[in-house]
Write a protein that binds this ligand. Structure first.
Ligand SMILES: [Zn+2]
Ligand SMILES: [Zn+2]
Ligand SMILES: [Zn+2]
Length: 340
């Protein structure tokens, strides 16, 4: 059973999940050497559905939810090697000076295509729209469980970004707590709101669209920009223009605009930047209803793995970015990808 642990120095939860050490991918290099074909079968391909745990959602190519055995375009299944498990109790207890809690939560995989594709950029625009709609559906369904406090939707692109199976997939983590990065954003923007009576992200959008140095792309509903205090070369945010704390409140029209932004961004990374590894994740307000998130502004962050965090970054938490976001934004706008 995985567990959450928290010490009294950093006061932040970690997950200890030894189940994941048994993942077959850990031995993959060895397996490839012995060329064991049976182990190279992809569990996410059409026809191999029985290799995954029973699915929580299956949709067809028109975006309709369909039953098992029906032809599918996107499937959501529990992770076979989960970092968190649903059959645990989310109650923390003291252990010496520490806190410990069973590793309760959901850890799901969104299989993004029945064909064996290895890059999200190989998905068409409508396939990206389907995936966005699946994110929203799962978020709305997961929200009904009042033990869940926050949901992180993310994608690892490339082995160096943490993708352990090459078949393109996203992951959904539902947690009984708010993870430190999201907690920091929510509490710091709350402070900003209390001081200025305005949303921090709305202020960023207003300033950035006027100044036009770091905005890469814009459509009716979204702004795509390189953050002023960029932590990595080509770090990019996709931010809705309409203030809302929670991603699942997105309208159908906004979801299409969001998919358009995401598609153009992943295409740029794949084609122009030669397919570097990256992670993207959606930061959305917490779900438990007891915390006021109304000041918070949901968004997607994409962080390419174009530089390695060294001792200074790890020791201090201060990232050293070797390009300016103004320069990378100019570079992105100079190509054909982000022409409105
Ligand atoms: Zn596959
Ligand atoms: Zn806002
Ligand atoms: Zn964020």
């Amino acid at each position: 059973m995985p567990e959450y642990r928290k010490d009294i120095i950093l006061d932040e939860w970690v997950i200890i999940a030894t189940e994941r050490a048994k993942r077959p991918e850990n031995f993959k290099e060895q397996i490839i050497k012995v060329d064991n074909k049976a182990l190279n079968v992809c569990p996410f391909d059409r026809g191999n559905e029985s290799m995954t745990p029973p699915e929580s959602l299956r949709i067809d190519n028109r975006g309709n939810e369909v039953g098992k055995d029906s032809p599918w375009q996107v499937r959501v299944v529990p992770n076979k090697f989960p970092a968190l498990v649903p059959n645990a109790q989310p109650f923390s207890q003291q252990y010496g000076p520490y806190m410990v809690m069973d590793g309760f939560g959901l850890h799901e995989v969104v299989v993004q295509s029945p064909e064996h594709i290895t890059n999200i950029s190989e998905l068409s625009r409508w396939q990206v729209e389907l995936i966005i709609s699946v994110y929203i559906r799962r978020l709305i369904a997961i929200k009904k469980d009042n033990r869940i406090e926050s949901v992180i939707i993310m994608l690892n692109q490339g082995k160096e970004a943490g993708a352990s199976l090459e078949h393109s997939h996203s992951q959904i983590f539902a947690l009984p707590l708010t993870p430190p990065n999201l907690m920091n954003e929510i509490s710091r923007t709350r402070n900003y709101f209390n001081q200025n009576h305005r949303c921090a992200m709305c202020d960023i959008i207003n300033f950035e669209t006027k100044e036009d140095k770091r905005v890469v792309y814009e459509n009716k509903e979204f702004v795509m920009l390189q953050p002023y205090a960029s932590r990595n070369p080509f770090e990019t945010w996709i931010v809705p223009k309409r203030h809302d704390s929670n991603f699942e409140n997105i309208s159908a029209q906004e979801a299409n605009s969001f998919a358009q932004c995401l598609k153009v961004l992943v295409d740029f990374f794949y084609i122009d930047l030669n397919n570097p590894p990256f992670n993207y994740y959606i930061h959305t307000g917490t779900l438990d209803g007891t915390k006021d998130n109304s000041h918070y502004h949901w968004h997607l962050e994409l962080e390419p793995k174009l530089s390695i965090k060294a001792g200074f970054e790890i020791a201090t938490g201060i990232d050293i970015c070797i390009t300016t976001p103004e320069y990378t934004a100019d570079y992105m706008k100079a190509g054909d990808f982000f022409k409105a």
